[in-house]
Design a protein around this ligand. Sequence first.
Ligand code: ZN
Ligand code: ZN
Length: 335
Amino acid sequence: MLTETSSGLWCASGRFHIDPWEPVDHAVITHAHGDHARPGSAAYLCSSSCEPLLRRRFGPEVTIQSIPYGQSLTVGDVRISFHPAGHVLGSAQIRLEGADGVWVVAGDYKRAPDPTCAPFEPVPCDVFVTESTFGLPIYRWDSTEMVIDDVASWWSTNKEAGRTSVLFCYTIGKVQRVLAELMRVTDRPVYVHGMMLGMIDTYRQSGVSMLPVEPVIERTGRGRSRAASFAGELVLAPLSARGTPWMRRLGDISDAFASGLMRVRGVRRQRGYDRGFVLSDHADWPALLQTIAETGASRVLATHGYAEPLARYLSEQGLESGVIRTAWEGEPTGD
Ligand SMILES: [Zn+2]
Ligand SMILES: [Zn+2]
């Protein structure tokens, strides 16, 4: 059904690529993150709820076709359908049915509840292509509720000390999830970096409820220093803003990063954040194993992150397994 090419996964019987990393004729996309949806392809196919995010990234001129979750489309000799992956808004597992049976390419996924997107649905298949971003037994997530309570108490401690709380997070998915989850503990507006406003808007237009946001613009309060005016506020910012002159206006800060990467204390120290909040949009180790079992697949291919350790573990459990390499060498986007 699928073969690895220099542009990514290729489906010969449907003549399309899945999440190609080079421009192609027909790109079928799991979700809008930069390591899965690259610009430049002639035509894109994605889930309906993913389409506004792709449009926001690629512009109105780009050819994008979309279908709702659960509906199918026949392309060449393959029947394609999209099923919720629970990773970010519009994220989908791609189900392919053809002469080689049923394959499911999960893309990135998680099993923890997330108010900003549809929950993951296990899809029975013969071959399951799973992500393995956090495919090691050390990766186990705490409940989102606990993590958000930690964020809220960090914020209020900083407020008492007159500091600005700066939480770095990815622009597609994580920011919106933090803003939606914080509604449980506060109704205060949150400040966000200007780069994040567009995607937050796209989520709102898709019907996702989140705290109100204000863009960070320099406030020249009379008789107050400009820097002081963000004291006590929570500011969400993309990683790219870290260490830039933009930060200066925020005054005395405490900074933190919200990511599954923060599970490992050494990483947290090495990156030099004051705090790390372990909030991931990927499946942790138990969720990976649970999901693989639920699909009933007799063959599992792992990709992204710790693909080899996961494939080795599955082989030891008697499951036919392998690895799909990716061109993406960087950190997971969106986590
Ligand atoms: Zn990814
Ligand atoms: Zn992703």
